[in-house]
Design a protein around this ligand. Sequence first.
Ligand code: MN
Length: 506
Amino acid sequence: MPTLNDLLKAIKEQRHPAAAMSRLPGMARVLGNRTKSIDLDMIQLAYEFAEEAHRGQQRKSGEPYIEHCLATAIGVARMGLDEPTIIAALLHDVPEDTNYTLVDIEKNFGSEVARLVTGITKLGVIKYRGMSRYAENLRKMFISMAEDIRIILIKFADRIHNLQTLDALPPEKRLRIARESLEIYAPIANRLGMGNMKGVLEDLAFPHVLPEEYLWMKKDIMPVINRRVEDVKQAIAVARKELQKEKVKVFEIHGRQKRLYSLYLKLLRPEYNRDPDKIYDLVAMRVLVPTVTDCYNVLGILHNLWRPLPGRIKDYISQPKPNGYQSLHTTVFGPNGKILEIQIRTKQMHEQAEYGIAAHWHYKEAGGRQPLRGKGVELPKKLQWVNDLVKWQHSIQDNQQYLHSLSIEVFRNRIFVFTPHGDVIDLPEDATPVDFAYHVHSWIGNHCAGARINNHMVSLDAKLKNGDVVEIITDKNRPNPSQDWLKFVKTSAARNKIRSSLAAKR
Ligand code: MN
C-alpha cells in the first residue's frame, strides 16, 4: 500500500548523491541539480488534489483509488523524471474519472502538467482489439512519444501498477490488458532501449496470457536456472581473482538471470526445442568496467583463462544493436568445462541497456531541455527514428491508398482523431465532423445530423483537433446532405460524396 511518504522517499532517494553515484560516474552533480528543482511541497499539493478528486473511489481490488496514483508517481520518480512528470503521474486519471477537469489542473499546476495529463488521457482511448489493430495502436503511441516522451514513461508506470493489480479484474479484461502489455507496451519499451521495463512488463503479463506455459516454466525450468546460478557464482569468484591479479579496475561482477518470458520465447525456437540445457545464457556473467578499453582488456584476460567457443564472440560495442544496446558478448568453457556466457560493458552502457530512454533523460537534463514544436520535451538525437517511423508508417499507409508517396509536409498537416471505440482516423488539419462522418462511411455522412467532440455537442462545421474523440449522431429521416456542407468540408472524399448524393437526389 503506497503512501505519500513512500513517494517523497522515492524522490529523495533519486536526489541522494549515493543513489546518483550508483547510476553513473560523474552523474551526481547532474542529478543533484535536476532533483533540487523538485519542490516537495508542490508534490504534496498535487497529492492532496488527487486525493480529494478521487475520494470515495475504489480500485476493483477494493483499495482507495489514490493508491494507484501514488504507485504510478513512485514508478515515475524511480525513473528519475522531473517534477511536472511526477505531478502529472499523480493526476493522470483525474480528468477521466473525477469531477475535476483539465482546466482545473492547468489552473492549479500550470500548462506543462496539463499538457502531459492531456497526452495520457488521449492514450487512454486506445483499446486493444487484437493484432489487426496493433499497427495502428503502435502508431498512436509513436505519435504521442514524438510529442513528449514523458507521456509514454508515465503510461509505463501506470501500466505496471495495473498489471500488478490484475487479479481483481474479470478474466476477459485481465486478458486484454495483459495481451496489450505484451504486444504493444513491451515492444515499445524495447525499441526505446528500456530492457528493464520491457522485462518487467512481460513477466507481469506472462502468467495471465499463458497460464499453463507459465506453470511449466515455474515447475520445469526454474530448477535448471537455479542450478546454473550456482555454477555462475563459482565462475565469478574465479574471474574476480584473475582480474584482481591483472590489476583491472572492475566496478561490479554479477550473475544475470534471463527474464522468464524472454527465456520462454527462446525455448520455443526450433533449435532449442524446449530444452533449457541447449541455452547457454540462462544465467550469464556480467562484468562492469570503467572504460571501453577495459572491456576489451577483460575479454582478453577471460579468454586466456577459459577457452572461448568459436564463432560466439559478439562485439556490440563497435556495432551497437538498433536500439542502442552496447556490450561485448562471448561464450567460454568455464570452470569444470561448463559452458558460460559472459557480457562485458561499461557502467554507462549498462545504464543505457537497463533504462534506455530514461537514462537518456538524465543526459538530456544535463544539457537543458529543448522544446519540440514549441512544447514538450524533444527526443534525444539517437531516438529520432521515432519521428522517422511516424512519418514512415504514415507514408506506407498512404502509399497503399494513393500508390504514390506523399511528402513529410503532408503528414505535418494532418490530425489524428478517434472514434468512440478508440479507432484512429487521420484527417487533414481543420477537418470537420462531416469529413469525419464521410471518412467512416458514406451512409453516416449522408445521414449526419449532429456531432459530439469529447462528449460536447458541436456544430457540423467545427474544426477537429488532434486527439479529439468524435461521435456522429445520425438520423435516417434527415434530408441530408446539405449543399452548405460543401462550403466547409476539407477532404475531397467528403466533397465528392456530397456532390454525388446531391446529384442522385435531383
Ligand atoms: Mn491509471
